[in-house]
Ligand binder design. Structure first.
Ligand SMILES: [Zn+2]
Length: 259
């Protein structure tokens, strides 16, 4: 969440267009046609939006993020009161082990948290995806030197422009490993992208900072450094239409709808 940089090359109109195209595309995949699922798992008989058939076999939160300032805890937006890390997740499936938003700058700490939550070593990770260019979402990326580094095109360009990474971040669009959807989720930054997939019949959205925490979600409010609050609220509504489980950028995951 550090920094307030945004990519000036992304027009709001362009993202709104991509947003509506994305909604249609995701709706088409999130609600399978009748007969696409086993009878016991039809969308009408289950409470969840997710498909039961998916190449994603498991997902694990590696670090639970926190904010530098949290208005819902009575803290002022004007000043950070603690250092922040983001929520980092590993998604595993057939032929891939993907880490999303590795936050920890310290290699030992990153490795320890990965081991503590999954038993994996950094070299076991085959790909990394970054939701947006704010530093706390990629400070740990360099520890995964053997993985492919991936981000949506404008995010990849912003990261490569920092000259702080030992190799390039590749542009990725639409989908990874067949069943992981890259979805535009603008508002926090204009080029922000999230990841959606099905696992065990539930639709999971790794939202990054398009959803800062559960409290921000409840009010559809962007974080203080959000570049477009109205767009951010629209994006959260869209995530609500897609997700059974929301993994926010700086909080533990929660179910949608909130009870
Ligand atoms: Zn951010």
């Amino acid at each position: 969440m550090a920094g307030g940089e945004q990519s000036g090359r992304c027009s709001r109109a362009r993202f709104l267009t991509r947003l509506s195209v994305g909604i249609l595309a995701s709706a088409a995949t999130a609600v399978p046609a009748s007969g696409a699922e086993p009878a016991a798992g039809t969308a009408s008989s289950r409470p969840w939006k997710g498909r039961t058939i998916s190449k994603v076999k498991r997902w694990d939160v590696i670090t639970i993020g926190n904010l530098s300032r949290n208005r819902y805890w009575g803290e002022n937006d004007a000043k950070g009161v603690r250092s922040a890390i983001c929520t980092c997740t590993v998604v595993q499936g057939e032929g891939f082990r993907l880490i999303v938003d590795p936050s920890l700058a310290n290699a030992e700490e990153m490795s320890k948290e990965l081991d503590r939550r999954t038993g994996l070593k950094p070299r076991d990770i085959t790909a990394a995806f970054i939701t947006h260019e704010h530093g706390d979402h990629w400070f740990g990326l360099a520890h995964f030197s053997e993985a492919r580094w991936l981000a949506a095109p404008d995010v990849a360009a912003a990261l490569n422009k920092t000259n702080k990474l030992p190799k390039s971040v590749e542009s990725a669009t639409d989908r990874l490993f067949d069943d992981l959807e890259i979805i535009p989720t603008p508002g926090h930054t204009l080029s922000h992208h999230s990841m959606r997939f099905d696992c065990e019949g539930m639709s999971v959205v790794l939202a990054g900072d398009s959803v800062p925490t559960r409290d921000f979600w409840r009010e559809r409010r962007g974080y203080y450094n959000c570049v477009d609050f109205e767009l951010s609220a629209k994006t959260m509504d869209r995530i609500a239409s897609l997700a059974d489980v929301v993994v926010p950028g700086h909080d533990n995951y929660f179910l949608n709808p909130l009870k």
